[in-house]
Design a protein around this ligand. Sequence first.
Ligand SMILES: [Zn+2]
Length: 496
Amino acid sequence: MADLYQYRETPDEPLDCLYILQSTSADPLDRLELSAKERKALKQKMKALSPRGDEGEVISGECPLEMAHRVTFIGVGDEKKLTHATLREALRRVVRQATKNHEYQIGIAIAVRIKGLAESESRTFALLEAALADYTFDHFRSKKNEFDKIDGLHVVPMAGETPEELEARLQRVRLYANSVRLARDLGNRPGNDLTPEALASTAREVCGDEAGLRVTVLGPKELVKEKMGGILAVSQGSEESPRLIVLEHRPKKPKKSIVLVGKGVTFDAGGISLKPAKDMGWMKYDMCGAATVLAVLWAAAQLELPFKVVGLIPSAENLPSGTALKPGDIITMANGKTVEVDNTDAEGRLLLGDALTYAERFHPDVIIDFATLTGACVVALGHEAAGAMGNDDELLEALVRLGEEVGERVWHLPLYDEYFSYLKSEWADMKNAGSRWGGAVTAGAFLQQFVPEKASWAHLDVAGVAWAERERSGLPVGATGFGVVLALSWLEQLKR
Ligand SMILES: [Zn+2]
């Protein structure tokens, strides 16, 4: 990962290249903090190269400044239409170009503003996209591509942006970017590497002593004691035993209690209701909700939040075997409610139900859960937004607004009382799956049965946004880390 620096802290050697992001509508140089001499020299160069700022445009030349060998103009198109996604794509072009040219120290001038955002927010999120643009996951390659990686990203300040302001921004960006990287790394680890046990030991390593969180892991014995029939039922077809990972940020005299819950199915074959073989390998991503919660808690510990934040990660592997849960089985959840398992592939809600019950002991004011829960949500919203449901419209609307701002979109779906009737069982309190219709919202209706009474609750179904099958919207293939920036921004807003 490239380190972030301020442009003025240039190393002894000139930078390999200075990248200037440019729209079709404004002169980028007028927006940057440059000396009169630098601006004049760059203006002349720009005149000679005559970049137009069209989306996809990449134009390079010799840099007239001593600070860099080359200068490259990267077009982003019409600024009025500039979204997080178009900016990400442009920054991926920067990384690709730099890698191709073996440039290790590059300058970056993002002289554009994201549509609909105040200048300060746009600046922060643009820098965050820049900090994430070189993300790759090569942990399992025997030959690493280190040689072609960018070492340093030197950020050119905007006009009027003081070094102190920029440094404060960069600090926040580093924390957020590291948190997103952590979530992506976890998401990209395959099922044979990241088992529930390995997820728990990673949580201990990453979030324990050094990060300052209290980490508690409930293993099979403790789960039996807590009567967590949902988590135990899902894992009973696998050799891998389940875990409930509990991460706690505990300030003195906390003002509030927030619980984040993340689905951690480290591999989901569907169980006896086996999934089709095609694309089943993607099901290693069925723990992306857990990855988000772990990464958010890791970062939250460093934000000195004045309220309690708890991360709950129920984790299991869902496989078919002679001991696996069967369709028609009736199980008893931690809160005593019984569930007829109609479809063993609707396992996430069984894990989450028990975790939501467990949340009660933290007296939560707000619970937000992140889960790659239903294909139905992907059918409804594609890869552009997470589906959000819950019992508090104000909370949901706040997440929708914030999601738009931070580039992790959320769309509010209804949770009508009638949906629960879709889960009516002849034999138990409820079934775990309804008919084809309303698959995303009936999952929400199921979860609602386990939410502690007084808590505001939002359920984010991230099935469509947690990973990218191919590079899209400037996101690399694999886990996206969706929800990390949203949750961290939401926690920081709560602090204010
Ligand atoms: Zn499933």
